[in-house]
Structures are given as C-alpha cells and as structure tokens.
Design a protein around this ligand. Structure first.
Ligand SMILES: [Zn+2]
Length: 177
C-alpha cells in the first residue's frame, strides 16, 4: 500500500520552483508538528475522480508515483517538435527543444518550463531499483506544479543532471507547421 501523500512532502528549491511555491513549502516545513495544509495544489481532485479520468496505468504512475517499464510508452523516443503537457491537468511542462535522446526507454529533458515542475525528496527508489543501491541515493521526484501528479525523477545520467520522465505522465502536442 502506498501511503505517501503530496501534502507531506518537503519541497526543495529548484530552477523551476516559483518563489510563491517555495515560500509555501517553507511555511509547511516550518510548522513543527503542526498541520501540513498550508500548501495546496491549484488543481485537486478526489481519488475517485482521478481514477475516472485516468487509465489504470496512468493512475498508478501519476497518482501513486510508479515508474513505467522502459520503452513501454511511445513518447520515449519521440523526436517531433512540440510541447509536452501534464496528463493530469494539461499544464505545459516540457518543450521538445530540451529533450535529450538517450537509449534508456524514458524521456529525458535538460530543463522544464518555468514554474511548471516541483521537486520533492522521494523516499522510494523507482520500481526495479534496489533501495540499498547507493547510486540512486535520495531521489529527487519531479511532479506537476499545478496538480501534483508524478512526472518522474531528476537524475544524474551519464554526467548530466536531467529530468527522467514517464511518457505515461505526458501528452504530446506537436508544433503545427
Ligand atoms: Zn498536472
């Protein structure tokens, strides 16, 4: 059973974290033993609503933080020009110009759209990675700033710090010629 809740995350500052979100996260983190309700996502839905709007695979990735199997989503090696939106709320989160093609089976981006992605410490390694595997240390989770849906992780891959994103979490919008 997954008992993680987004509201209890300690958000970290990052290039794409807004000052407002950061201030809210600090307020949340600073309340020793207090409530953690000071941070609210702009879009919230009941668990029932999430289940109704997402497929089962999408639900476990976006809402339970699972990681899709490599190369299971066709977007992983999509090279078309366009933007990538959060499947949970349509917020534009990545642009194809920042995509890095790596033969690993997920999407990699050098950066996100400004103020689109929040980061949190993920206590669990991605599916298939052993918790004791020190290479992964404390993982940084990337999730949508507007609806909180899990997008993927921020990892160091081949010497570069990149967003490693599930295709399941995204919708691609091709640039119209
Ligand atoms: Zn979203």
């Amino acid at each position: 059973m997954d008992t993680r809740t987004f509201g209890r995350r300690a958000f970290l500052g990052g290039s794409a974290v807004s000052a407002l979100a950061l201030a809210q996260a600090r307020a949340t983190a600073g309340e020793a033993g207090g409530t953690d309700e000071t941070f609210a996502f702009e879009i919230t839905r009941s668990d029932e609503d999430w289940r109704a709007m997402l497929s089962r695979d999408e639900y476990v990735v976006l809402r339970k933080g699972s990681t899709e199997l490599p190369k299971s989503n066709p977007l992983w090696n999509n090279t078309a020009e366009g933007t990538y939106c959060c499947r949970g709320c349509d917020l534009t989160v990545f642009d194809s110009v920042w995509k890095v093609e790596l033969d690993k089976g997920w999407l990699f981006f050098r950066q996100s759209v400004e103020n689109a992605v929040l980061m949190g410490i993920d206590g669990q390694p991605p599916d298939g990675m052993a918790p004791e595997d020190e290479r992964y240390g404390a993982l940084i989770e990337a999730h949508c700033r507007r609806c909180g849906s899990h997008l993927g992780h921020i990892l160091t891959v081949e010497g570069k710090t990149l967003h490693c994103i599930n295709g399941t979490s995204l919708q691609f919008r091709p640039t119209l010629a």
